[in-house]
Design a protein around this ligand. Sequence first.
Ligand SMILES: Cc1cc2nc3c(=O)[nH]c(=O)nc-3n(C[C@H](O)[C@H](O)[C@H](O)COP(=O)(O)OP(=O)(O)OC[C@H]3O[C@@H](n4cnc5c(N)ncnc54)[C@H](O)[C@@H]3O)c2cc1C
Length: 344
Amino acid sequence: MLREYCLERKLPYDECGKLVVAVDPGEVTRLDALAERAAANSVPGLRRVGPAEIRDLEPYATGLAALHSPRTAITDYVAVARAFAEEIEAAGGEIRLNFPVRRVTPAPGGGLLISARPPHRSAVAPSGGAAAAGGDVAVDELIVCAGLQSDLVAGLAGDEAGPRIVPFRGAYMRVVRAKADLVRGLIYPVPDPRYPFLGVHFTRRVDGSVEVGPNAVLATAREGYRLADLSLREVYGIASWPGAWRMAGKHWRTGVREIYGSLSVRAYMRAARRYVPLIGAGDVVRAGAGVRAQALDRDGSLVDDFRIHRVGTVTAVRNAPSPAATSSMAIAEHVVNILEEQRQ
Ligand SMILES: Cc1cc2nc3c(=O)[nH]c(=O)nc-3n(C[C@H](O)[C@H](O)[C@H](O)COP(=O)(O)OP(=O)(O)OC[C@H]3O[C@@H](n4cnc5c(N)ncnc54)[C@H](O)[C@@H]3O)c2cc1C
């Protein structure tokens, strides 16, 4: 759906392909299991390739075996989001930026009243977006898609506490211009089924730059995009969720390894060099970071599938993990179907 949308709206769309590369024998077995799942899901054009073909496709990559997905593509998601916004406005919808929802209450004549507090200064869009706004909005139906705040906003609307969102900060490195051409498309490791989101990978972007990353380290604020961001209230919120301690007990070794990778560019790039040996610590500069909204159940298990709750007239998307940007149009269609079924 996103492909068609990008083509229709003339948004950037580059089918640069993806290689999922196994670098040790243990990973080859997992690669085969992944190939079976991909076939069951009709992933178009997927092929298993050996070392020689890896080099044909990505001349500077190495590995024992790989899955090649020729149809995997990249786009500019900011441009996609702008296009969605234009469509909403053209259809008579209204977009309110800087509207941090603080309360959801029943409206006197039926429906719900959504109240916002004036945003914190730092939350105001630096690009001169909409002016700081507070106020109320009355709605018949509410759909909550609040990402890193999804549990809190859903809670305001009467939904249950779990799953809770635990933020994981993932830093990226950018490959210097002189070496960016060593990567043609996307080069990914074989995912560990316990942590499908971990593993440093190479991503070509539509502007021609190449990024390496991310790692994943528990963030000290929900929107902790910088290492120094700290919210004691939010840290307390994480620590008071029993699942957080159970997760720490189960996964602390992986956590320590990720922290080490986040502090040492050399350690980080050592992992990346297993895939592209010619790109080392001297060939990258620190780039931005993303924060992953990791949903966590009370028993400490990481929620890796979509979770959508329905409470009265509220539909809360409690967990929309990657690739929820790619599949956003399909998710929207699914949510609309849920609403339509309720109406019948
Ligand atoms: C580092 C990284 C890389 C990723 N790469 C990919 C990728 O390559 N492909 C892919 O498909 N997916 C990718 N993802 C995943 C993708 O970004 C998410 O799955 C998707 O954005 C989730 O959508 P969402 O609507 O649930 O949350 P979001 O996209 O986070 O949107 C939530 C919105 O709610 C707003 N909000 C929050 N609280 C409030 C409040 N109280 N009041 C009002 N508004 C509020 C936020 O400002 C935000 O605009 C990546 C994620 C990360 C972190």
